[in-house]
Design a binder for this molecule. Sequence first.
Ligand code: NDP
Length: 527
Amino acid sequence: MLLQSERGSWRGGLRHRSHCSSPKIASPDSVTPVVRSISSTSSETESGSDDESFSVVTREGAKKEVACDSKVVYEFGGPVGVTALMFGFPILMSYMFICLALHQGRLPNPLELEFWQHGISAITPTARATAIYLMFNLFQYITAATLPGIKVLGLPVPSLGGKQLEYLCNGVATWYFDLVLVAVLHNTGVFPITAVVDEIGPIMSVAMIWAIVVTIATYIVGCVSGRTHRMSGSVPYDIFMGAVLNPRIGNVDLKMWSEIRIPWKILFFISLSAAVKDHEINVARRLEAGLSPEIWSLFGGLIHMNAIQTSAPLLFMLLAHCLYVNACMKGEECIPTTWDIFYEKWGYMLIFWNLAGVPFSYCYSTLYLLNRSVANDPVQHTRFFMTVLFVILLAAYYVWDTANSQKNRFRMQQRGTYVERHTFPQLPWGTIKNPTFVQTKHGNKLLTGGWWGVARKIHYTADLIMALSWGLVTGFDSYIPYFYVTFFTVVLIHRVGRDHIHCKEKYGADFDEYCRQVPYIFIPFIF
Ligand code: NDP
C-alpha cells in the first residue's frame, strides 16, 4: 500500500506542503480546504455506515488541530508536580526493587537509613549491567534502522505545516530476529539469558541513569538547535514534557523507537530470563534430591526433551508479556497516529518511562515469583485457579487487541493509509465491516460500531484486567506485584480525563452526540 514519503498532508483538508521543513505553525486560514465530499457530510452530525473509504479534515478541523497542537496546558500539577515526579520515580523504583530483592516483597519504612544502607548494593550499577543495557539499546537501534518493514505515514504535523513523517515499521522483523539471536546466544553460552535477572538491580539503575542522561541531552540539543515546540517557559516542566516533537537519528524516530522497541522487549526478556532461571533452579534441586531429570516424550516418541520445570505462575507471566510485546510489534503500523507520537514531545515523561519505568516496574510480578522460587517457597495455586487466570488473560487480551485494531484500522481506512497485514496472530473481528460512526464537523469519524459501541474505553478495561491478572497470579502476600495495576489505573484515569477534554475541544457537539450514543466509559451499564 501507498507510502511514498512525500505524500500529501492534511489529507483533503489542507493542501500538500510536504517539503516544508520549517517548524513554524501553519496558518489554517492560508490553506485550501476540502477536496471531496466533505461539504455534504461535515456540516451536520450523522450516524451511518461507512460507504466512502476516506474522510477529510475540514478547514474548521484543521484550525482546531493547529490550536490544540500549539496550546500549552499544565498537567501533573505543573512545574512543582513534575519536579516531584522526576525525583520521585527513580526513588520509588529503587525502593520497590530493594523491597523485592531483600525484604521478600514487604514494605519497610523507606525513611530508615538502614534500609538504604543495606539495599544500595543490590542496585549499584556494574560494568556488566551497563554493557548489557547499552548494547541492547544499540542493537535495537541498528535493527530498527536496517531491517525490512513496511513504511507508513504519520498524521499531518501542524508545526511542520501539515507534513506527514514516514515511519519504518519493521518491529516484527526485529522481534523475530531478537528471539533467534537470544536463543543462539543462550545455547552457545555466549550470553546466557539468565544473566538478565542475575544483574537486574544494576541494569535497572543503569536504565534510570541513561534515561535521565537522554532526557537532558535531548532538551539541550532541542534548545540549542532551535527545534523546540510548544514550550511553556518553565525549565522543569519543559524537561518533563520535552522540548522536541519528532527527534530522529537517521530514519529512526526516537520517540516511537523508545516506546515500542525498548520497554516491551526488555519486559519480555526479563520474564524469559526468570522462567529459564526458575527451570534451572528446579532441575538442580531435583538432581540434588537424587531424582533423575523428568523427560517428555513428544509426537509419539519422535522427540525427547527435558520437561519444563518452570512454575505455572512464571509461565503465565511469560505468556502475558509475550502477548503484549507481540501485539506492539505486529500492529506497529498503528502507532504513528497515536496521541503519544502525534502530540507528546520526547521529554522525561516518555523517555524515563519507556527506557526505565515500564520494563523495570511492570516486571515486579515476575521478579517476585522468581524470588519466592529462589527462597524455596514458590507461589503455588490450584489447577482450577491457574486455569481461570489463563482464561481471563486470554479473553482480556482478545478484547484489548481487537478493540485497538478495530479503531486504528477504521481510522486508517478513513485516511487511506490502511495496510492489510498478516502478522501473527490476526484475530477474528479485528476489522469491522461497514461500521457505524458519528460524523464530526471536524471531518473525522468517531466509531460507534464493534467494541466501540460497547464502551468508549473498553480497551482500557481489558488492559486493566490483564494488569490485575499479573498481580493475582502472585497471590496476596505482597503488594508490590499489584503496583502495576494500581499505577496503571491512575494513568488510564488521567488519560480518560485528558482525552475527554481533548475530544470535547476538537469535536464539540459531535462529541456530545458520540457520548450519547456510547454512554459508558469502562463497563457497559455500570460505569
Ligand atoms: P486511545 O486508543 O483511546 O486513543 C484516544 C484517541 O483515539 C482519541 O484522542 C481520539 O483521537 C481517538 N478516538 C477515541 N475514540 C474514538 C472513536 N470512537 N473512534 C475513532 N477514534 C477515536 O488511547 P491511548 O492511545 O491512550 O491507548 C492506546 C492503547 O495503549 C490502549 O489499549 C491502552 O490501554 C494502551 N496503553 C498502555 C499503556 C501501558 O503502560 N501499558 C500506557 C498507555 C496506553 P482523535 O483526536 O484522532 O480523534
